[in-house]
Design a protein around this ligand. Structure first.
Ligand code: NAD
Length: 380
């Protein structure tokens, strides 16, 4: 430690976090051992009250290689059904591609297992409603894996809205985009992903603002989607362009209950760095939330509040709170475990994300039909 660090350390408050863990280890299973399962397992391995007892993947040998990579000695299964039938589990992480989210989550809930489900909730809003019915019938905990919710900057947006500083909110512009950032593998086919950029990163943009304003009911959507980059060999390898059958760009105009307009765009690829910052307009002030270049649902820089003070138009800069991605993921996992242990509400409840999913599907329907549609929200 340098002399300067030694002096500064006198002023740093050492906070020892006092916390309680489960008295017996929670028996956790992993469904789908692909890319995002890595982040789940890395976080579970840090928890003192978790034992990863089983993993399942449809691709022969994949779960075995994955378990070996992490030095996890557990039972391995060729699919989620055989795992749920053979194991007594407390919880699972559903880390499959989107079109398998519903079947895996419903089967796990029906087997009496708590579920942490990756985003987006599902490929269709009907599947999301089916999941919620199983959730209700089982009485088990279900949380949807939106780790940006754990970001202190994201929580700041909600605090600002809740403080009333913006007044009555009437217009929101949200979305984000990548100049070039089309993912590969299972993300670019209907069969596995069900949705493209709209579901993959659009769900984050919607959650950023809808969570802040308390998830009002969506009413109508007029949407547009395209796949001009994903299907083009100018931007994709020929084999990827050939199998690409989801959207890589979406835009929409959505009406929410309470007279709020939501103007949305999202992109995996375009000739622009960002389709714009997120903006929330209210009668007392407006908030600008800078976009990031490689949109991943986070806050791209200091936010700015535009308001009047003593007759002057002023701007207040809201400093960025440093966050790292793995810290957010650890909190996503820990908040799920704590909700199980202490019987707390789900950190990201399905009742909110149903609206997120309903908007996404309404945008896709509207784009297909070429007209404004009512947002369909099934009864649960
Ligand atoms: N929260 C985040 O930051 C984040 C980041 C990336 C991906 N994701 C989400 O995570 C999910 C998975 O993404 P990925 O990149 O890991 O995909 P992936 O294709 O790499 O992995 C999915 C795996 O699930 C397996 N699988 C599918 N159905 C199964 C079943 N019934 N039983 C057992 N295994 C099954 C597949 O064989 C595959 O190996 C997607 O929904 C994606 O949107 C979230």
């Amino acid at each position: 430690m340098s002399d300067t660090d030694r002096v500064l350390s006198n002023f740093t408050q050492q906070v020892q976090e006092e916390r309680t863990y489960s008295e017996r280890p929670l028996r956790v299973g992993i469904i789908g051992t692909g890319w995002i399962a890595e982040a789940h397992v890395e976080s579970y391995l840090k928890q003192p009250d978790v034992e990863i007892v089983a993993m399942a993947d449809l691709i022969p040998g994949k779960a075995e290689r994955f378990a070996r990579q992490y030095g996890v000695d557990c039972a391995l299964y060729p699919d989620h059904k055989s795992m749920l039938a053979a194991e007594q589990l407390d919880a699972v992480s559903v880390c499959t591609y989107n079109t398998q989210h519903a079947v895996c989550t419903i089967d796990a809930l029906n087997a009496g297992v708590h579920v942490l489900l990756e985003k987006p909730m599902t490929a269709t809003v009907e599947e999301a409603a089916d999941i919620m019915r199983a959730e209700k019938a089982s009485g088990k905990l279900l949380s949807i894996g939106f780790q940006p919710r754990m970001d202190a900057n994201m929580q700041q947006i909600k605090k600002i809205v809740d403080s009333g500083a913006l007044g009555q909110i009437y217009y929101i512009q949200t979305g984000g985009g990548r100049r070039r950032g089309i993912p590969n593998s299972t993300f670019i086919e209907q069969r596995t992903a069900g949705l493209g950029a709209l579901g993959d990163i659009g769900c984050y943009s919607l959650d950023m603002v809808l969570n802040a304003i308390g998830y009002p009911r969506p009413l109508t959507a007029s949407g547009y989607t395209s796949s001009l980059f994903g299907t083009s060999t100018d931007y994709q390898k020929p084999e990827d362009a050939k199998r690409f059958d989801v959207d890589d760009f979406a835009a929409a105009f959505i009406r929410l209950e309470g007279g709020i307009i939501l103007d949305f765009r999202i992109s995996w690829a375009m000739h622009l760095d960002t389709p714009g910052d997120t903006v929330i307009l209210g009668t007392k002030a407006a908030l600008r939330i800078p976009s990031t270049e490689c949109w991943n649902g986070s806050v791209g820089g200091p936010m700015k509040l535009y308001h009047d003070l003593a007759g002057q138009q002023v701007e207040t800069l809201i400093p960025i709170i440093p966050e790292d991605e793995s810290g957010l993921f650890d909190r996503k996992i820990r908040s799920f475990l704590d909700a199980i242990i202490f019987k707390l509400p789900p950190p990201v409840p399905s009742s909110q994300i149903l609206y997120n999913q309903a908007i996404i599907n309404a945008i896709a329907d509207s784009a297909r039909e070429g007209r404004e549609v009512a947002v369909h929200i099934p009864e649960v």
